[in-house]
Unconditional design. Structure first.
Lengths: 907, 233
């Protein structure tokens, strides 16, 4: 029997644990979920807040709309209410929740009404739920209210039930993030009564609409939706609990949902349905698009709708797959069976009966071939026209009529005519048709369908005119020839059609391959880019070169948005452009040239999005008049912008992590500094105070010798304190970067002499040996810094080497540098520490014993030597125990010219 | 030297330092008066005529440097010894060039300070009457015959080397800035490295261990000083 711990089935799922860990440190989110307005969510929230307050929790109101209702107002009284922030917008004064004030106030729990609210333009976040997420991230608990109609994936369903579409939605993920969901339930009858009593506030809506909305049928349906969504949530919690506590299954069986996405209207509804289905089944889901050759002939509206649907699926969490194919039904079934999908979601057939008879019905084909897979057929009708709301005016790809292909086709036919004239001598006239067929096919391959059809026509005329008897007329005499002529015509038309289609597919495949290649290489480039600048530059360059436009990239900085990169480089924006860029960023929508908003700007600004929020803005322009991008380019830009946004976010996250790591390192240093300073300042101070205090109180009673001892202690400890403070000051100079070495030409020997002179007291018990040749070249150095660096090395040597041992200083010239070594006869340095001893506050520990010292001296030596262009390294002696510190200073290229004054030395 | 008649004015804004100097110098027989700032110092100067001034550079309001400049501009030639912090070499050099006689850096030992005071006072009283032959340790310099001996043996010096040694001997015990020496010997103060080259050569000739000099001491960042050593050191 296997040990429980090693059985993977009984181990907590890492994902569940990770999620649990991520919640640590965040505030808790409780959502009061209602089926419809007026069920009393706000009331319940305020009651729950009161209960928490009674328990001693610090509760404030972030924002609560009482809509003048007395009982609600009564509950608000007694709460601390954070004053609202007033926002001027188009002459109106709007008031919004003041998120900064809440974060500053830092309550334990904040009540925030109407989670789905859209903030006034110019607010920090476009949506209130984003405010709430920020508050939660700061560790503050939030109670909030939400109506089921505002949940993104239920939006269509609610619109279908009630015929009222709400524009304000919150993503489903916020429900998943919530720690608790409390459903506020009221029976439809009670709610209708409340409505009649005027207790329900429904903003900006006509009375009739309200009455429609609050029909018992609607309310029952909405209520069921809310209950079901909450039940699903509870299921998830149960599942999560089971996973994180390693309670073995039954898990949801391996369900997988596949939704077919095409260019038909109603795709969005199908995608949302698939998401709900996948949610309920807790199954992964995939959006599949079959890329058929027919696609090339789609209208721009259709192409846009397709791109929008694919994006929507991606945003709702689907894995998006596109595969090339011919027979849509077969390809879908094949993909579904190959990948173990259990559900396929498709749209209701939109083809007419007539076309279904000819082309077959996708729906029937699919259902017939689906085997064990459930097929969900979803009605595509939606109340609001899902018009491809092209956000940006784009140029349609109108190619002007080109006469060249037709001239070319004419040439081919003329060629065939010539060849036929020759062959006419040997062959039966009807076989000559083959030669003309060749011209038609060549036209189809080189120039496409219309020139090929043109070639067809001309060939038929020429064939008839020149070869079919009676020759040189357009009439045909014998029936055989009529058949041959007709067959030729049919074959030519079909062949040119097929050939042209194949050719068009080849062109489309080539351009797709090229675009894919470009995007792939772009993403590789982005993955390799380490810094934000690299990413921005690569993005600007890629967009500029692929779309043949000028590009600027703007990122938010200090609450506004500023140009960070451009290709070609350009960082000046006109007033109108700045406004458009801001708008695009704040509203997460396009603005500027060719868009609905601020079209006066020189450039078109599009948000760079990751998931839901805009992280920056890309601005485009070119020198041409009219729309900036073709729809094809627009879609390409979307793809590029998505990738760039993800890359930018990645780099920013990395930078955040780096900053956090640096901060942690700085913290570590600070605490080391505090420990070190408090120890090194207090030890000598304690000795001085003790000795001085003793002398002050008991001097007469002390023998002469003790008094002298105490006095000596005061002096030596004060000197030690002095050295420590000097070190601290030096360190500050190095770290503040305020050090300006005062370079001049000096002899190393001179500086060694003054360092030894200063170190006399601390090295009094050691033998000092010097071996410094008199003919060393002068060096450019700051004598004060160099002397201090040397002094610290001497201090270090005196500290670690026992009294009576020798400290040796030796110097020589080596390969363009002067080497100066300080050697002691102490215990040496543990090999692992050879580099670390130069770290600030690092001290070699040996058998629990720490030498008196600050751990600053060597790091100051290194700081000073390096500031003068030299290097310093530590090593151990090989001839005997002991440390060697080696300073290497470059000999300056230009030595001072001293010839003249030296010549007057004739003594 | 007797100290009974010698009075010293201490200009420092720190009461503990003034107290230390009052007690320390008083114990050596000096009369000490105190001023906490430049204004009080100027007033005191008009009442008393101190023989020497100890001047802190970091005074509040009018700085020590400004005060020194004013006194020297007024023609006062009282010896001034500067009290300074360790990292302020530039301030020390400025003060010395303004006419201060010497300096000590805080924190200082009382011995060191008293030695500086004595040297400064001696140079004031002896400025004209130099002794013809200077002796310290095993070094002797005959300023009349221009003969330099180490351990009784004559040492050949170049004219410039001799000039430097003569300057140091004339102001024995007192710090001489690079600029001062350059000006005195070359009548030019631009290329300080000439001075370093000659001092090095001089040390090679008169010091037993030129890397640990006994006589010619480098005051890093400031200048040189000839140290008078006890005969039996």
């Amino acid at each position: 029997m296997p040990d429980d711990r090693t059985d993977p089935k009984n181990r907590p799922s890492p994902d569940a644990l990770l999620e649990h860990a991520e919640r640590e440190g965040r505030g808790r989110l409780r959502i009061f979920l209602g089926a419809a307005p007026g069920v009393g969510k706000t009331y319940e929230m305020l009651m729950a807040g009161r209960a928490r307050r009674a328990d001693g929790t610090d509760v404030v109101i972030g924002i609560v709309e009482t809509h003048g209702r007395k009982e609600t107002q009564a509950l608000v009284d007694g709460y601390e209410v954070i004053p609202r922030r007033l926002v001027e917008y188009r002459g109106q004064t709007l008031d919004e929740m003041d998120i900064d004030a809440i974060l500053k106030r830092r309550p334990a729990l904040v009540l925030v009404d109407e989670l789905a609210h859209t903030n006034a333009p110019g607010s920090r976040h476009p949506k209130r739920y984003l405010d709430v997420q920020e508050i939660l991230a700061q560790g503050i608990d939030v109670y909030t209210t939400l109506n089921i109609q505002h949940v993104e994936s239920l939006n269509d369903v609610v619109a279908q039930i009630t015929r009222v579409r709400v524009r304000e939605t919150v993503p489903d993920s916020i429900l998943d993030e919530a720690d608790d969901i409390e459903i506020i339930d009221l029976t439809p009858d009670d709610l209708i009564k409340r409505l009649q009593d005027g207790k329900v506030y429904f903003p900006n809506t006509a009375q009739r609409a309200i009455e429609n909305y609050f029909s018992p049928g609607n309310l029952t349906a909405l209520r069921e939706l809310a209950l079901r969504r909450t039940a699903q949530r509870v299921d998830e919690q149960l599942l999560n609990h089971m996973q994180s506590h390693a309670i073995p299954g039954p898990w949801a069986a391996g369900e997988r949902v596949l939704v077919c996405v095409d260019s038909q209207p109603g795709g969005a509804a199908r995608i949302r349905y698939a998401r709900r289905l996948a949610d309920r089944l807790r199954a992964p889901w995939t959006a599949l698009h079959i890329d058929t050759p027919r696609l090339a002939g789609l209208s721009e509206d259709d192409k846009d709708r397709l791109a929008m649907n694919l994006r929507l699926a991606e945003q709702l969490g689907a894995e998006v797959t596109t595969i090339p194919g011919q027979n849509v039904a077969q390809d879908i079934v094949h993909h579904a069976t190959a990948n173990n999908f259990t559900h396929i979601v498709i749209g209701r057939p939109t083809r007419s009966r007539w076309r279904e008879l000819i082309e077959g019905s996708l729906t029937y084909d699919l259902i017939r071939n689906a085997g064990d897979i459930s097929v969900h057929v979803i009605s595509g009708t939606e109340r609001n026209k899902e018009a491809p709301s092209r956000r940006v005016g784009t140029a349609t790809e109108q190619r002007p009529f080109d006469v060249w292909p037709y001239l070319l086709a004419t040439a081919y036919v003329t060629g065939s005519l010539a060849v036929s004239t020759v062959l006419d001598q040997f062959l039966d006239v009807r076989n000559l048709a083959i030669v003309f067929l060749l011209a038609v096919l060549t036209s189809a391959v080189t120039s496409g369908l219309w020139p090929a059809l043109y070639a067809c026509l001309v060939s038929a005329l020429a064939f008839n005119f020149f070869f079919l008897p009676p020759r040189y007329t357009l009439t045909i005499r014998d029936p055989e020839s009529i058949v041959a002529f007709c067959v030729f015509l049919v074959v030519a038309v079909i062949a040119s059609n097929l050939t042209a289609r194949v050719q068009r597919q080849a062109v489309a495949a080539r351009s797709r391959a090229r675009a894919t290649e470009d995007i792939y290489s772009f993403s590789k480039k982005l993955a390799g880019a380490g810094t934000l600048d690299d990413v921005l530059w690569a993005t600007a360059f890629q967009i500029a070169s692929m779309l043949k436009v000028r590009v600027v990239l703007l990122l938010p900085e200090n609450g506004t948005i500023t140009v960070k990169a451009g290709y070609p480089p350009d960082d000046t924006l006109a007033e109108a452009d700045i406004a458009a860029a801001r708008w695009a960023w704040e509203h997460n929508r396009a603005a500027g040239r060719g868009a609905d908003t601020l079209p006066g700007a020189k450039r078109l600004y599009l948000p760079l999005r990751t998931g839901r929020t805009a992280i920056g803005v890309v601005g485009l322009d070119n020198d041409k008049q009219g729309p900036l991008l073709t729809p094809e380019q627009q879609r390409l830009l979307d793809a590029l912008a998505d990738q760039a946004a993800v890359a930018i976010e990645r780099v920013q996250l990395v930078a955040d992590v780096d900053r956090a790591r640096l901060a942690a390192e700085a913290d570590r240093l600070r605490s080391a500094l505090l420990t070190s300073i408090s120890h090194d300042l207090k030890t000598p101070l304690a000795a001085i105070l003790g000795a001085a205090g003793t002398l002050k109180e008991f001097a007469p009673a002390l023998p002469e010798k003790d008094r002298a001892d105490l006095l000596a202690t005061v002096v030596s400890e004060a000197e030690r304190l002095n050295r420590f403070i000097a070190n601290l000051l030096d360190m500050t100079r190095i770290e503040s970067g305020a050090m300006e070495p005062n370079h001049a030409f000096h002899y190393v020997g001179d500086v060694v002499g003054s360092a030894l002179n200063r170190a006399q007291k601390i090295t009094a018990e050691h033998r000092i040996e010097t071996d410094i040749p008199a003919d060393l070249p002068m060096l450019r150095l700051d004598p004060v810094l160099f002397e201090q660096a040397l002094f610290n090395l001497l201090d270090n040597a005196a500290k670690y080497a026992s009294p009576g041992s020798a400290i040796r200083l030796q110097a020589w010239v080596d390969n363009g540098a002067v080497i100066l070594q300080v050697m002691d006869e102490g215990p040496g340095i543990p090999p692992d520490d050879l580099e670390r001893i130069f770290d600030t506050f690092y001290r070699v520990r040996k058998r629990d014993q720490v030498r008196a010292g600050t751990g600053l001296g060597l790091s100051i030596s290194r700081g000073f030597i390096e500031a003068m262009g030299g290097t310093i390294a530590a090593a151990n002696r090989t001839d005997r125990p002991g440390a060697i510190f080696t300073i290497r200073m470059p000999v300056p290229a230009e030595l001072p010219a001293l010839g003249t004054p030296l010549t007057d030395d004739a003594a | 030297m007797t100290n009974q008649t010698v009075s010293i004015l201490v200009v420092d804004d720190e009461p503990p330092i003034r107290k230390l100097l009052r007690v320390g110098l008083g114990s050596q027989g000096y009369t000490v008066s105190e001023a906490p700032n430049a204004k009080a110092a100027i007033e005191l100067m008009q009442i008393e005529r101190p023989d020497l001034i100890l001047l802190d550079l970091g005074l509040p309001g009018m700085t020590g440097l400004d005060l020194l400049g004013k006194w020297r501009a007024d023609g006062l030639d009282v010896p001034v010894v500067i009290l300074s912090s360790r990292t302020d070499e530039a301030g020390i050099v400025s003060a010395l060039e303004l006419g201060a006689d010497d300096y000590v850096t805080k924190p200082f030992g009382m011995n060191e300070l008293i030695a500086r005071i004595r040297v400064a006072l001696r140079h004031k009283f002896q400025q004209q009457g130099e002794k013809p032959v200077f002796h310290t340790g095993d070094l002797s310099v005959d300023l009349v015959k221009r003969i330099v001996k180490v351990e009784g043996k004559e040492v050949k010096l170049s004219p410039k080397e001799y000039d430097i040694l003569r300057m140091l001997v004339q102001y024995a015990g007192k710090v001489l800035t690079h600029q001062f020496l350059m000006k005195q010997i070359w009548n030019d103060s631009t290329d300080v490295q000439y001075l370093r080259v000659y001092v090095r050569q001089l040390r090679q000739k008169i010091e037993k261990t030129p890397d640990q000099p006994r006589y010619i001491i480098t005051e890093t960042g400031v200048g040189y000083r000839l140290r008078e050593v006890d005969g039996n050191e």
